[in-house]
Design a protein around this ligand. Structure first.
Ligand code: FE2
Length: 290
């Protein structure tokens, strides 16, 4: 139920750690099936067709920005850029077009809640010395066959910043993730020199937005190590380690479930795009006394 001292040491040294067989194949399938069912049940008729990585310039941009910035306490859908036609409409069924679902699966979806608040996860948080583990967000990332987009080198603490920084990503492979279907790549040790930039929430004339200040990490390409993992593996990702994944050009998907955790004894930045709401404050895995 906890990490060995060697595993903790490895995590501290590399900035990530692979833990095999965290979930059973069956557990993974339950999460995948539920994720697909959520998409099937969703009413997409009013969806602003928000993709995940575009810089919006047209008149629908503000609607799409709002859709993203206010998604922290909801279950919302973000599409692959490659799934939209020139008219901005989907060229394929939503189930094949979704890049990710976020960001409150761990609040509203029992199967995801169970996996997030499990004794195993609590044990890992304790092993890492987290006093008051708080879970701000969760996502299913689909990395669809053929159109699953590239994720450029980044540090998660650029997007979910705390003082002091102590964010940890929990990333669970719901399918095998290998080089051909775009497994993750890490630059070991890069978590030791701070972050290179930050995504900040903005509000001008009552309009919400985001802006990136600083730069993306300029990590040497040959510092990255491929991290293939089997279905059910959990990967711990230090908030400051530089990581990336290539586009998925293969015929098979690479579905994963991920959530982030930080120590609630630290300060959640008011500048983060995501803010806890009165209705949905960030839940804790445990309080110190437990
Ligand atoms: Fe990331």
């Amino acid at each position: 139920m906890s990490l060995s001292p060697e595993q903790v040491e490895q995590f501290k040294q590399d900035g990530y750690l692979v833990i095999e067989d965290h979930l059973s194949t069956q557990d993974c399938d339950v999460l995948r099936e539920r994720a697909f069912q959520i998409i099937k049940e969703a009413d997409m008729s009013q969806h602003p067709m928000t993709t995940f990585s575009t810089v919006d310039k047209d008149k629908g941009a503000q609607t799409r920005t709002d859709y993203f910035v206010t998604s922290g306490d909801k279950i919302r859908f973000f599409f692959e850029e490659g799934a939209l036609g020139e008219n901005g409409k989907l060229t394929m069924p939503p189930i094949e077009a979704v890049n990710k679902i976020g960001h409150a699966l761990h609040i509203f979806e029992p199967e995801f809640k169970k996996v997030t608040f499990s004794d195993k996860i609590k044990g890992i948080a304790r092993s890492l010395g987290v006093v008051k583990p708080s879970v701000p967000q969760s996502m299913v990332i689909f990395k669809q066959p053929k159109i699953g987009g590239r994720v450029n080198p980044h540090q998660d603490s650029s997007f979910l910043h705390t003082t002091p920084m102590n964010l940890v990503g929990f990333w669970i492979a719901l399918e095998d993730a290998e080089p051909d279907n775009a497994c993750m790549w890490f630059a070991p040790g890069t978590h030791k020199s701070g972050i290179s930039g930050r995504l900040l929430r903005t509000e001008e004339d009552g309009k919400l937005g985001t802006k990136f200040e600083g730069t993306s990490p300029s990590t040497d390409e040959n510092k990255f190590v491929c991290a293939p993992v089997r279905k059910g593996s959990l990967v711990l990702i230090h908030g400051e380690v530089v990581h990336k994944s290539p586009p998925n050009l293969s015929e098979r998907s690479r579905n994963i479930y991920t959530f982030h955790l930080y120590d609630g004894t630290s300060e959640w930045s008011k500048d983060n795009w995501q803010q806890p709401t009165e209705e949905v404050p960030f839940p804790f895995l445990y309080e110190k006394t437990e």
